[in-house]
Design a binder for this molecule. Structure first.
Ligand code: ACO
Length: 323
């Protein structure tokens, strides 16, 4: 059978780093509160010349370089983002053009923080369905542009950045020892749409709006939803938490990551944590975490890796793959 293997990966971060202490003159908060409640120590914030498209392009180029490929080798770009450069066209086609790619096709995927997990699962289906042989999957966000910088309960939590992987069709046996995407499970439930949303849009206010979140409500649902979807993915693949080499969760809050890993019985040393460095970068958080763990030599070819995310909607999902 056809498998979608990871051929390369990359990342891009805005130049400017904003430390927790930098908020102290802006809103009533402290480094101690932010670290204790979230694990976040710093985040990158985009300058005017850094956009979802430019960061996504840079991450895409880095992934292509690591794969030893050029844009000419790619058939499809799937961009996961909730902060597109424009309402339309899709920022994916902007990135396609920036890469000098005038063949194939490109589209955006909007599942907020679960966007990258949705995009990998979607790209896998395009590859296995025969519509594409190589897909550039990018998560890129500039959440700094939709934050209310006077709201201390949200502005300290998010950051900007981009990460990408190149998925490629390869022949597999259909077994769990194959490289590539092995199982995926996606969920959403719009009953929760007002717990985490942006209060503007083309069809309602005609404005972009700002992020609103009932943090405690999100927290309350997060661990149960994450563990449910991961257990469904384990069952699909016929594995247990003990079989995993690496758990790469969405990086929103260290307490949610710790509680999910504990409930699933995933050992602490197998959990990749980058929320301290990047904050919550929404759809970019999982590929950014991947880029750190691949660059420092933790994630290696042949490792069994579990990706997971949960976000606005709510949306949630997991992908199991062998690197
Ligand atoms: N600094 C200092 N105090 C603050 C801050 C801040 N930055 N923000 C809120 N507080 C205050 C609140 O006003 C509140 O004060 P009060 O008791 O006087 O009313 C107090 O701290 C406690 O507030 P809580 O909201 O109960 O704090 P909690 O422990 O729940 O932590 C947090 C808040 C960090 C937001 C947590 O609820 C959380 O992480 N939730 C999940 C968020 C999340 O994961 N979001 C991403 C989802 S992914 C996506 O799709 C974007």
């Amino acid at each position: 059978m056809i498998r979608s293997i990871v051929r390369g990966n990359g990342a891009a971060l805005p130049r400017r780093i904003m430390k927790n202490a930098d908020f102290e003159g802006m809103v009533e908060t402290s480094d101690e509160w932010i670290v204790q409640r979230t694990g976040i120590r710093q985040r990158h914030v985009a300058a005017d010349d850094e956009t979802t498209a430019s960061l996504g392009e840079a991450a895409g180029r880095a992934a292509l370089d690591s794969a030893g490929l050029t844009p000419a080798d790619i058939d499809l770009i799937v961009l996961a983002t909730s902060t597109p450069n424009n309402t339309f066209p899709a920022t994916a086609v902007d990135i396609q053009n920036r890469l000098g790619m005038h063949h194939g096709f490109a589209f955006d995927m909007q599942a907020v923080c679960s966007g990258f997990v949705y995009a990998v699962a979607t790209a896998d289906l395009y590859i296995r369905g025969g519509l594409a042989k190589r897909v550039l999957v990018i998560g890129s966000e500039t959440f700094s542009r939709i934050l209310d910088w006077s709201d201390r309960s949200t502005c300290v939590l998010f950051g900007d950045g981009a990460g990408a992987v190149v998925l490629e069709a390869a022949q597999g046996t259909g077994g769990i020892a194959d490289r590539g995407v092995l199982a995926a499970s996606l969920r959403s439930d719009g009953v929760h749409k007002e717990k985490l949303f942006v209060d503007g849009g083309p069809s309602t206010t005609g404005t972009v709006g700002h992020l609103k979140m009932e943090g405690r409500e999100v927290f309350k649902h997060a661990v149960g939803m994450i563990t449910d979807v991961i257990e469904a993915t384990f069952a699909q693949a016929g594995i247990t938490a003990q079989d995993l080499d690496w758990f790469v969760p969405h990086q929103a809050n260290k307490r949610i990551i710790d509680a999910s890993a504990k409930k699933l019985g995933i050992a602490e040393q197998k959990v990749v944590v980058t929320v301290d460095l990047h904050g919550n970068t929404s759809a970019a958080s999982v590929p950014l975490a991947l880029s750190v763990a691949v660059a420092d030599g933790r994630i290696k070819k042949g490792d069994l890796v579990l990706l997971e995310a949960m976000g606005g909607g709510f949306t949630w999902g997991a992908v199991l793959l062998r690197w």
